[in-house]
Design a protein around this ligand. Structure first.
Ligand SMILES: [Zn+2]
Length: 379
């Protein structure tokens, strides 16, 4: 809470309460309110050795919404009554900037380590491409505009895209931070923008709406730049490449190696998207198959269940080992999959071994990423 108040300058609530449900009997997510959150987490999460990592991002995110989303809200999302449809085109600010700020504040407050932050950014950067066909037809802006109709379908999120304005929004605001740093020669930062846009006297739970133009004007008061052109380019892009300019400008790059991410938690599924192109639940159910990836070409689609790996019963570990063994061994994998009540054997042509995403420093460049992750001092 100290870090959030230092960042924004002043609160816009009378008091703020964290309402936290710890239960395995409901789905896990968070909802923001002006003077409280409503965060729903696994029953034993606070007993986990990784409690800060697993819960910290969500709590910091929901708290940041008191400013970004509740105090300042897109005018089109502030409708007078329920009959007027909300327009969601500025969710890359409402949720994208909150994702950026929540992760930043989780790290500044010590709930996340800088390494946790790096692994998170590596995960979302890798998930944006290359090899993610969804970005080649649906731009970031459309993931925000289309969201009211987007949650009813089943598989293929790599093609249809989901609510990517959260994760791609995080990368976008990381780039905004790098541009402010660069254009001001290190004298200004996103913290200045936060005080400019979210500051002002505390009048209790006040609502102050904004438009795209207001965001641009506030940024221009921090540092003059063609922000409108910048945002339009990023929001309308259908490049197959992930928007990593902010990461590069901060002295970091995305790399792949055979080490699984340190921040993987034990109940999460198996993400082998960057090797054979699958993401699976722990029981082997395929939640996504990357379009035109090795598993896709072998006939594996979302909803099928992997039950055998190279003639042996499926476990996440058996599949991980078999993928790594392709580096020097058979250069292919044989998966037994269950499709409704039919079994079939799918031969995957793949020889690259395990591939997981991480961040690595670009040698010889200044590290401005870890600079912004440092806690703000009092006063
Ligand atoms: Zn949110």
């Amino acid at each position: 809470m100290a870090q959030e108040l230092r960042l924004f300058g002043s609160p816009h609530y009378r008091d703020y309460r964290f309402l936290v449900t710890l239960s395995d009997q409901m789905i896990h997510f968070g909802i923001e309110h002006h003077e409280s959150d409503d965060s729903r987490l696994p029953e034993r999460v606070f007993l986990s050795p990784n409690a800060g990592r697993e819960a910290g991002g969500l709590l910091a995110h929901e708290f940041a919404h008191s400013w970004d989303g509740k105090f300042r809200r897109p005018a089109d999302l502030s409708t007078p009554e329920f009959e007027t449809p909300m327009k969601t085109d500025l969710l890359w600010v409402y949720e994208g900037l909150t994702t950026y700020l929540g992760n930043l504040l989780a790290t500044r407050s010590g709930l996340w380590t800088p390494k946790d932050y790096h692994e998170y950014i590596a995960g979302i950067a890798a998930g944006m491409g290359p090899g993610r066909p969804g970005r080649t037809w649906r731009p970031l802006l459309d993931t925000a505009v289309a969201v009211p109709g987007m949650f009813s379908f089943g598989g293929w999120p790599n093609w249809s895209r989901g609510s990517d304005y959260y994760e791609e929004g995080n990368l976008l605001w990381l780039e905004v931070a790098a541009i402010i740093h660069d254009q001001s020669h290190g004298h200004k930062s996103m913290d200045d923008f936060c005080r400019e846009f979210f500051g002002g006297p505390n009048k209790g739970p006040e609502l102050k709406t904004y438009t795209f133009g207001d965001v641009v004007n506030s940024l221009n008061r921090v540092v003059p730049y063609d922000w409108a052109k910048f945002f339009h380019e990023r929001l309308d892009s259908t490049s197959a490449q992930a928007p990593l300019a902010g990461l590069t400008a901060s002295g970091w790059k995305l790399v792949y190696d055979s080490q699984p991410p340190a921040s993987g938690n034990s109940t999460a599924g198996l993400n082998v998207e960057y090797s054979i192109g699958l993401s699976l639940r722990r029981d082997g159910t395929v939640s996504d198959s990357i379009y035109d990836g090795p598993a896709f070409r072998a006939g594996i689609t979302p909803g099928m269940k992997v039950v055998g790996v190279n003639g042996r019963m499926f476990t996440p570990e058996a599949l991980s080992d078999a993928i790594e063994a392709t580096r020097s061994g058979a250069r292919k994998l044989s998966l037994l999959v269950l499709n409704n009540e039919y079994y079939k054997i799918c031969e995957i042509e793949y020889a690259g071994g395990a591939r997981y995403a991480h961040l690595a420093r670009i040698e010889g460049t200044p590290d401005s990423l870890d600079e912004i992750l440092k806690p703000l001092p009092p006063g």
